[in-house]
Design a protein around this ligand. Structure first.
Ligand code: ZN
Length: 366
């Protein structure tokens, strides 16, 4: 009986063992599945900060390109007379296949001089570019409206002539946006070009101007230094005598002496066969010309296109002060173009502009 009882209990024990074995297998399988899921998720875990081998400090993640607290860009809906192919340009000269130059006036508009400048340009069928200060533009919107209606370009020169390289990005943004809004309200268009006061800019600012506002940073290759009042004949000689195809000529429409030279400059340039166009028109010509010769770069223009025109050497001796001197010094004739800097489709440069002395305060508006 004992044997038979033992024999009867065996199947029961086997069943229990099998059950335990099966249960164990299920539990192990479940554990394995869980482990697999964890492994799958692991790659998405936050990666610990990369450490700088030299200093042992965590490398800070890249900053967002835009400042979160900044108001929406004023140029979100800005009209675009042209679409730059290469961002981040600053332009001091444009390689164009023809005798075109851009005459530019900074620091206005001036209620007395600017309308007379417009009269002269209208009389001779010429176009100019006005890099206006927001503070002056706010007081002379009708002048801006007239200038735009007559085909001139209205461009941004900050609101209060700040040295952008000495200000925070937020301060720069405020100055630029304020001025662009005034220009928009006066002309119906946001500016697509700007000129840094004193010529003081740098690659991050140039990039900011383009990325945030769609504006080229415009310098010049001919500095008349009209603000030094060297005399009408000297200003005329500098502007007319040095002009080359694609030149950008710097003047200020806030000086009586400059006004006295404007008509001779216009007539003199036209007598040399130059057509006076806006900066944006000049850039557009350069882009079209470059498009024909792609993938050529300015340093090696393709056959059939005029060679790049070197900027004239700065006049002897460094000027002691002033925007012109500072800006002129910032655009040396032999300015090196970094390889692969994307230059030159337009002939500009992406190099940093050297800091400059402070420009004397503009003459009082008469
Ligand atoms: Zn200026």
């Amino acid at each position: 009986m004992q044997t038979s009882r033992m024999g009867a209990a065996k199947p029961v024990m086997m069943t229990i063992r099998l059950f335990i074995a099966a249960l164990t297998a299920v539990v192990l399988a479940a554990c394995s599945q869980t482990q697999q899921e964890v492994n799958v998720l692991q790659p998405e875990k936050p990666v610990p900060p990369v450490r700088n081998k030299g200093e042992g400090k965590p490398v800070r993640p890249a900053k967002p390109r835009t400042t979160p607290t900044r108001a929406p860009s004023v140029t979100v809906a800005a009209p675009r007379p042209f679409v730059p192919r290469k961002p981040g340009h600053r332009v001091s000269h444009v390689n164009v296949p023809g005798k075109y130059v851009a005459v530019t006036f900074d620091d206005g508009p001036n209620s007395v001089y600017t309308p007379q400048v417009l009269d002269i340009f209208k009389r001779h069928g010429a176009r100019a570019t006005f890099f206006v200060l927001g503070e002056n533009a706010a007081r002379n919107k009708s002048i801006l409206a007239r200038a735009a209606a007559e085909g001139h370009e209205i461009a941004n020169h900050t609101s209060s002539h700040i040295k952008m390289t000495s200000k925070s990005r937020q301060a720069v943004a405020r100055e630029i946006e304020r001025t662009s809004e005034i220009i928009k309200s006066a002309t119906g268009f946001y500016p697509t070009t700007m000129r840094p006061p004193y010529g003081a800019t740098n690659p991050p600012l140039v990039e900011m101007m383009y990325n945030d506002y769609g504006m080229y940073s415009i310098l010049w290759d001919i500095d008349t230094r009209d603000w030094q009042h060297p005399g009408v004949s000297t200003v005329v000689q500098r502007a007319v005598g040095k002009a080359q195809p694609g030149s950008i000529i710097l003047l200020h429409d806030i000086h009586a002496s400059t006004l006295s030279a404007v008509e001779e400059i216009v007539v003199g340039l036209q007598a040399r066969g130059f057509k006076l166009v806006t900066v944006s028109q000049l850039i557009e010509m350069g882009r079209r010309a470059a498009g024909v010769t792609e993938p050529e770069v300015p340093a090696a223009p393709a056959a059939g296109t005029p060679p790049a025109v070197a900027a004239p050497a700065p006049e002897g001796g460094a000027a002691p002060e002033g925007e012109s001197a500072a800006e002129g010094a910032a655009v040396p004739a032999a300015e090196p173009v970094p390889a692969g800097a994307g230059e030159s489709v337009l002939g500009g440069s992406s190099g940093e502009v050297a800091p400059s002395p402070v420009e004397p305060a503009p003459e009082p508006v008469l």
